[in-house]
Design a protein around this ligand. Structure first.
Ligand SMILES: Nc1ncnc2c1ncn2[C@@H]1O[C@H](COP(=O)(O)OP(=O)(O)OP(=O)(O)O)[C@@H](O)[C@H]1O
Length: 252
């Protein structure tokens, strides 16, 4: 589904990505790990067209993603969540969820939310869909609560709802476990697996929490200094001496 090949990204003298290549299959959760500075965020930013790589190709279902513009990525069925969340604090949980539908099929939704005229029927359909997701994510009781003031773990679920309303075929999850407690991380892992069963998507999961990555990934790619140093099953990558050396090297 997603194929990354020979990707090179340089920032002045720093080579953030050095001939990176790997693939994510349909309906697969692919964990992307590596110590700080390994190049994970740069890779995410190339796939979502925030950055334009210097060399290499990224294709999604056979289509060249690098020729797409940044705002077109979502139309390819690719949606990303953010490490530090990217919700609108004054909008309600329901409205934040509905915003996710805007960029794909309903470009008129934002004017609706701002009180400008648009088709009421279209808004209603998106709202019903949002309610379904909120029920599914145990957020329905908070639907009219503003995002501001809600616990971090709850906001992470709101972000998932917003990502899923566009029914992505590829979800890019940027450190979803960051800031969560141990039990919240376990619940999040279960939730991601359940949501994949219910909605069907592939995911590329950048994560430092090894328990989560190894627990839910079908396949793990490890990076260090901009290169892929291991690519295989969670068990194989965990046992790989190059991976252990990369983490120990950084810790020393
Ligand atoms: N915009 C930028 N300008 C200059 N250098 C950058 C930029 N973005 C990343 N880099 C450099 O590229 C390398 C890879 O960084 P990147 O953020 O992709 O790593 P990472 O694996 O996501 O790290 P972390 O786990 O800490 O988020 C690092 O050396 C970093 O300093």
């Amino acid at each position: 589904m997603l194929e990354i090949s020979n990707l090179v990204m340089r920032f002045g003298g720093v080579t953030a990505l050095d001939s990176v290549g790997f693939a994510v299959a349909d309906n697969e959760i692919c964990g992307l790990i590596g110590p700080n500075g390994a190049g994970k965020t740069s890779l995410f930013n190339c796939v979502t067209r925030v950055y334009r790589p210097d060399e290499g190709t990224v294709t999604f279902n056979g289509e060249d993603l690098l020729s797409a513009r940044r705002h077109q990525i979502v139309q390819h069925g690719i949606v990303r969540t953010f490490q530090n969340l990217a919700l609108f604090p004054t909008l309600s949980v329901l409205e934040n969820t509905m915003v996710g539908a805007h960029s794909v099929k309903k470009p008129h939704l934002i004017p609706t939310m701002l009180g400008l005229p648009t088709t009421r029927k279209a808004r209603k359909a998106v709202e019903l869909d949002a309610w379904d997701l909120l029920e599914r994510l145990d957020l329905a009781d908070l639907a009219h609560h503003p995002a501001a003031g809600l616990p971090f773990g709850t906001l992470k679920r709101v972000e998932l709802a917003r990502a899923l309303i566009s029914r992505p075929s590829l979800l890019l999850l940027d450190e979803p476990a960051g800031g969560l407690t141990h039990s919240e991380v376990n619940e999040l892992g279960e939730l991601i697996l359940q949501l994949r069963r219910d909605y069907g998507f592939s995911a590329l999961l950048v994560e430092h929490h090894m328990g989560l990555v190894m627990g839910i990934s079908d396949h793990v790619v490890a990076m260090d200094f901009g290169r892929v140093i291991a690519d295989g099953s969670p068990a194989d990558v965990q046992r790989d001496p190059a991976v252990a050396a990369a983490y120990l090297g950084r810790a020393a």
